[in-house]
Design a protein around this ligand. Structure first.
Ligand code: 2PG
Ligand code: MG
Length: 373
């Protein structure tokens, strides 16, 4: 039996994430590959392994650092994902079923969080917030996807009319126009989904990237924490904005606490750079009520066992779970199985023009077909 895995990489990484191993020039990953082929293989090959958790624990022990900096979270995660796949194959079940059995969660189709307008560092800061998403929640993923696809096409026409130009694309396969007000993308997207009851809006502000010298910088203006909260309250009042990810910088706990208190009763406040799929950071965020939803990215932590542990902690605190891709993706569809298998609230997997994003949505559609048979 052979199991393969591909590992993504993020551009707007949180500073508390596990460390990827990259080459000296920051581009290649030959050192990470050497770690898999060398040290990790020597440990794995020729021994009996009874579970993927056992392999994950051995990887963590072999690395021996708190941030996976020696072997690299990228080398470790690839091996971990392949191990989980292999055990599922050995049991003769789909990966999502295996993950559901292991965790005891009831599988459920996630809402699709599709990043249709890309800004922030994914688009050379042409727009202040990093991601402007449509949340699709039709009765079936197939219907969500079909409707989403039509809206995505309509959006291009609208943007071309508004900007009177060809619209460039951002890193995650969404459009990347330029506007000079914070509201404009929200006006356009709320107009777009009018009459589409299964749709609402989400953003990832990725506010760590907007934060410098104690303040937030947006379209040439400077905002204090309190002023930025006023901005979010206004947006939430004017538009069908259901979910706000990383509204404040990763260590601005006061900002997170304030927005969760103000909007957390009716909106999702999602921790990403804040929590980095790390159980220690998630635990503190739960205790201090800094968010009510967790973005889950396996490569922020480096093994699937630890990813499931992070999910368990957040769910025990009744947080919603949104499983996510990275800006640098591969065609691997593990996260689609993960999102369905653990019954996540959402799957965030980008716009609709890049194959590596579409693969995730297509995998959900395939799972939907499997379960309807
Ligand atoms: C994010 C991600 C994915 P990146 O901030 O949520 O959209 O971006 O992979 O660049 O960290
Ligand atoms: Mg994010």
């Amino acid at each position: 039996m052979i199991a393969l895995a591909g590992v993504p990489s993020g551009k707007s990484t949180g500073s508390h994430e596990a460390r990827e191993l990259r080459d000296e020039d920051g581009r290649g990953v030959t050192r990470a590959i050497a770690a898999v082929d060398g040290e990790i293989s020597s440990m794995l090959v020729g021994r009996e392994w009874s579970s993927p958790e056992e392999i994950d624990a051995a990887l963590i022990a072999l690395d021996g650092t708190p941030d996976k900096g020696r072997l690299g979270s990228n080398s470790m995660l690839g091996v971990s994902m392949a191990a989980w796949r292999l055990f599922a194959m050995e049991e003769g079940v789909e990966l999502w079923r295996y993950l559901a059995n292991k965790t005891g969660y009831t599988p459920r189709m996630p809402r699709i969080f599709s990043n249709v307008i890309n800004g922030g560092v994914h688009a050379n800061m042409r727009l202040p917030f990093q991601e402007y998403m449509l949340i699709a929640a039709a009765d079936t993923v197939r219907e969500s996807f079909d409707e989403l696809y039509k809206l995505f096409t309509d959006l291009r026409h609208t943007l071309e009319q508004e900007t009177r130009a060809m619209v460039p694309m951002g890193d995650e396969g969404g459009y990347s126009p330029t506007f000079d007000t914070i509201d404009k993308p929200f006006e356009i997207l709320s107009g777009l989904i009018k009459g589409h009851p299964h749709f609402s809006l989400a953003i990832d502000a990725a506010a760590s990237e907007l934060f410098e010298n104690g303040a937030y910088h947006i379209l040439g203006k400077t905002y204090s924490r309190d002023e930025l909260l006023v901005v979010y309250r206004g947006l939430a009042a004017r538009y069908p904005l259901e979910s706000i990810e990383d509204p404040f910088a990763e260590d601005d706990t006061q900002g997170f606490a304030a927005i969760t208190e103000a909007l957390g009763g009716t909106r999702l406040i999602v921790g990403d750079d804040l929590t980095v799929t790390n159980k220690t950071r998630i635990q503190s965020a739960i205790e201090a009520k800094l968010a009510n939803a967790l973005l889950v990215k396996p490569n922020q932590i480096g093994t699937i066992s630890e990813t499931l542990e992070a999910i368990r902690l957040a769910r025990e605190a009744r947080w919603e779970i949104i499983v996510s891709h990275r800006s640098g993706e591969t065609k691997d569809t593990f996260i689609a199985d993960l999102a369905y298998g653990i019954g996540a609230y959402g799957l965030k997997a980008g716009g609709l023009t890049q194959q590596e994003r579409l693969e995730k949505y297509e995998r959900l559609i395939e799972i939907e077909r499997q379960i309807s048979r």
